[in-house]
Design a protein around this ligand. Structure first.
Ligand SMILES: NC(=O)c1ccc[n+]([C@@H]2O[C@H](COP(=O)([O-])OP(=O)(O)OC[C@H]3O[C@@H](n4cnc5c(N)ncnc54)[C@H](OP(=O)(O)O)[C@@H]3O)[C@@H](O)[C@H]2O)c1
Length: 293
């Protein structure tokens, strides 16, 4: 039985959330496109997450598209008071399942309304602007106009807080001159550590860092060190990977994704896992720390 309260809480925007949350991307069909194979199983994962204490769910209306948000609504609406649903905008899906930048003011406004409608909400708690200059990783490019659009939607009361995803340090610094940024969601895990310094800088500035692909995403983490450590601790490699992230910095919020109740339970139990110092040293050695910005 997991006790995710042990993962303590962090304020996201102005709402306290448990550090172990849930990422809903895996609830759509293969390739994050179309309906899931088993809709009842998807509903069960969400209900189990909330029943176990999860109060932070990450989603987007471009998962499916629309499908994941509609499943969240069906499973959980009316939402518990403490539940914070974070969404992201900035892309749309082609008929061939491609990911297409959708960055005009009209696109972004439509995306906010799509999220509101499909989630059954009057206001979105946190909206991440997902940069799409390179779909696979952060790349420089201006975000000023898009942030101005989000700020306007915030003024209209449709968005409470704004975050960024797939962004560079420069984009974060520039954005913060325009609007308060409450979280950054970039790819980061035991083996992919390009944001090492950024995580620490954001911690100092009180901004949440929410790593996507915490378990490796489409290429699950594989490492003999990770497997050895997990065996030694009587845990699974995925639990160790999540516990390492929780330990990595106090501003990290986790949103591991899964379509399986069994994996969900396993992941949430990572909150109880204590990593001794020599284990942390071994895990830190899996990837080289990246010290440049
Ligand atoms: N901002 C962005 O650009 C961006 C990009 C990608 C994702 N995200 C967000 O980040 C969240 C997390 O990322 P993710 O779901 O793509 O990747 P992830 O959490 O790193 O890994 C998910 C994968 O790991 C498997 N898995 C989960 N728990 C497992 C376990 N205990 N044992 C074995 N396999 C396990 C899942 O398969 P099963 O379904 O079989 O468990 C799935 O294939 C997403 O849900 C989404 O909300 C954001």
């Amino acid at each position: 039985m997991s006790n995710i309260d042990q993962s303590d809480t962090l304020v996201l925007g102005d709402r306290p959330v448990k550090r172990l949350g849930y990422g809903a991307m895996q609830l759509a069909g293969p390739g994050v496109f179309g309906p899931p194979k088993d809709r009842q199983a998807a509903l069960a994962v969400l209900r189990e997450a909330v029943a176990t204490g999860v109060n932070h769910i990450d989603t987007s209306d471009f998962y499916g598209p629309h499908v994941t948000n509609q499943i969240i609504r069906e499973a959980l609406h009316p939402y518990p008071d403490d539940l914070v649903i974070v969404t992201k905008i900035g892309a749309r899906r082609g008929e061939d399942a491609s990911w297409i930048p959708a960055f005009s003011a009209e696109d972004l406004t439509k995306a906010v309304h799509d999220n509101l409608r499909n989630l059954g909400l009057d206001v979105l708690e946190v909206v991440n602007l997902r940069a799409m200059f390179d779909v696979h990783g952060p790349a420089e490019g201006p975000l000023e106009e898009q942030l101005a659009t989000l700020a306007e939607l915030q003024r209209k009361g449709l968005i409470r807080h704004i975050g960024l995803s797939n962004v560079t340090r420069k984009q974060i610094a520039d954005a913060r001159k325009i609007v308060p940024i409450v979280c950054v969601q970039n790819q980061y895990n035991l083996a992919h550590r390009a944001d090492d310094v950024l995580v620490e800088d954001l911690a100092r500035d009180g901004i949440a860092y929410v790593p996507f692909f915490p378990l490796g995403g489409f290429s699950p983490l594989q490492s003999s060190t990770l497997s050895d450590v997990a065996a030694q601790l009587g845990a699974t490699p995925m639990q160790v990977a999540l516990a390492w992230l929780l330990h990595r910095a106090p501003n990290i919020l986790l949103i591991p994704g899964t379509s399986s109740v069994a994996h969900l339970r396993e992941n949430l139990a990572a909150a109880d896992l204590v990593l001794p110092a020599q284990v942390l040293t071994a895990l830190d050695g899996i990837a080289t720390r990246v010290d440049h910005g």
